[in-house]
Design a protein around this ligand. Structure first.
Ligand SMILES: Cc1cc2nc3c(=O)[nH]c(=O)nc-3n(C[C@H](O)[C@H](O)[C@H](O)COP(=O)(O)O)c2cc1C
Length: 154
């Protein structure tokens, strides 16, 4: 096995893309992995090329974005998988545990073939009429998670 890693994300507002970029940068800089960053709305990456897969999805109206869920349906073989979400609730300490249950534990229960080495729920950002009404996106938390993640991948 090598260190070829796919970071695949589904975003609407951009937070999950930004989180994916941070994770990609850490895996490249700290671990010297070869990383492809792919927007699942634009491309369908071929799993064959990768040893590790990091999947990220945003959350709206109580649901992780469809592109991320669809991607989880695949047979990942013995590849190392990590899964994260960006959710406004996950960035609120009072709602974090519930968000992890709803958007990670309950979601992954639908994909028993997906065995993850790491999962996490990060905060997000929300704009209404071009005004930011929520911003609990925590770059430092994402960076810290990615720094630990690298050692769990091949
Ligand atoms: C219309 C709308 C609905 C949302 N619904 C939820 C929700 O049900 N639960 C939640 O935790 N966050 C919710 N959020 C906040 C999003 O999780 C946040 O905007 C996050 O950044 C989404 O990821 P993205 O920016 O990559 O699209 C909602 C945001 C919008 C704009």
């Amino acid at each position: 096995m090598g260190d070829k890693t796919l970071v695949a994300f589904a975003t609407k507002g951009g937070a999950t893309k930004e989180a994916s970029e941070i994770i990609t940068d850490v895996l490249k800089e700290k671990y010297k992995f070869t990383v492809d960053l792919v927007n699942l709305k634009k491309n369908s990456p071929n799993l064959e090329e990768y040893d590790n897969i990091v999947i990220g999805g945003g959350v709206r109206v109580g649901k992780v974005y469809d592109e991320a869920l669809k991607f989880l349906k695949q047979d990942f073989g013995d590849r190392k998988i990590a899964f994260f979400v960006c959710s406004g609730d996950a960035g609120d300490p009072n709602k974090y545990e519930e968000a992890c249950m709803k958007y990670i534990t309950n979601v992954l229960a639908n994909y028993p073939n997906v065995k993850t080495v790491a999962t996490e729920a990060f905060g997000g950002r929300m704009k209404m009429l071009w005004k930011t009404v929520l911003d609990n996106f925590d770059q430092a938390k994402i960076r810290a998670w990615a720094e630990k993640l690298g050692s769990k991948l091949t």
